[in-house]
Design a protein around this ligand. Structure first.
Ligand code: 5GP
Length: 120
């Protein structure tokens, strides 16, 4: 498997080499608005540690860190006021999912009715 490429855009955002519109940050994660939103609310949640994708994250990270990460995604959904109205989380892994940025991230999407899941 290819190793983590620290020249990816999210690694540059984490190093503050590229700006982002921040929603939340702590020692473990960063959350910021997607530059090309597909819904009224579209943020990205990323770990501050180096994982290439969802698969890399869940198969190599410590269970405590995985749990902490997803609890923080839920905390951000609450902070954005999405609990009552509902939201969707998506994580693209690899070629068929057209993963664009090889740093594990969760898309957190809501703020309007998202319809069903479509891929064609
Ligand atoms: P992926 O296809 O890897 O799951 O999604 C990558 C996401 O990152 C896309 O939704 C894209 O709009 C977003 N993105 C790409 N470059 C940047 C950037 O420089 N800043 C921000 N905020 N989002 C980006």
């Amino acid at each position: 498997m290819t190793k983590y490429d620290n020249s990816n855009i999210f690694a540059k955002i984490l190093r503050s080499e590229i700006p982002c519109k921040k929603v939340y940050e702590d020692d473990d994660i960063l959350c910021f608005y997607d530059i090309n939103p597909i819904a009224d609310t579209h943020v990205l949640v990323i770990p501050k540690r180096e994982y290439r994708s969802f698969d890399d994250f869940v198969t190599t990270a410590e269970p405590e860190y995985i749990s902490l990460f997803f609890n923080k995604v839920a905390m951000i959904a609450k902070k954005l006021g999405l609990i009552e109205s509902g939201y969707r989380i998506i994580s693209n892994h690899g070629l068929n999912a057209n993963q664009e940025v090889p740093h594990f991230h969760v898309h957190l999407i809501g703020g309007e009715n998202l319809g069903g899941i479509k891929y064609k």
